[in-house]
Write a protein that binds this ligand. Sequence first.
Ligand code: FE2
Ligand code: FE2
Length: 265
Amino acid sequence: MAFDLDLYKQRTGRLNLDGIEFEAFEEVPLDPATLRCLQYMHDVEHHTVCYLRDLLVTSAHRDHEITSFMSFWVHEEYWHGEAIAEVLRRHGLAGGADRIVPMRHSLTIKDRLMPFTHMAGSAIAGPSFLAVLMTWGAVNEWTTQAGYGRLAQLADHPVLSELLKRIMRQEGLHIDFYSSQAAARLERDRRAQRLTRFALDRLWQPVGANVMPPAEVEHLIAHLFSGEEGRAATERIDRRIDRLPGLEGLGIVSRAAGTAGRTSR
Ligand SMILES: [Fe+2]
Ligand SMILES: [Fe+2]
């Protein structure tokens, strides 16, 4: 399935909030577990620009299609973060700069090293590194979209459901981009397949796990991806990964969800 960049350029834009009745949260507020997940999602959406920093120091910056997509992708993710910030503020919680400024200040040396590890990976692996990045992006967009879907289902709040449905629609376009890029770059390239398998198997963590406190990662996974429906959601993502050339049988998403479920008990 090819990604239509021209069509995406026509459709991309700031998340449409017309008719989203944020004031409804003051009347019928969300439960604490949902809000805790939203805080996580808010922080990670706003962190996208830092992920972009790491991606642009690789050979990705030489690919016009990738940089075109990313110019719009980072903009859309920013507005996802802002929309969630408004939900948090309606509950008397910090959102936007009030959370992001302290978060950026609290980032560790691990974050500062990310551009170097990406740069080194790209230099050593060569063009195959793009297959890793695009597959990684696809997995993160799949899990993000599934996470929003599960949160909407569990919270069962009409205004949150509508907001998350709109966000999920844009995540769907991000999925289309990354998964089509991944499939094309893995196809008939055994080296790219081996490298991507290795990276996902050994290094993949749920999106945000590198910047959020472990307790928050645990909570998010346990809340969204445990139980029968949570398990079904992670297995669905693993089956999508299986369909990418050379990546059958990894099971990384179910594994991550299972591990988190065990340690949180
Ligand atoms: Fe997003
Ligand atoms: Fe996304």
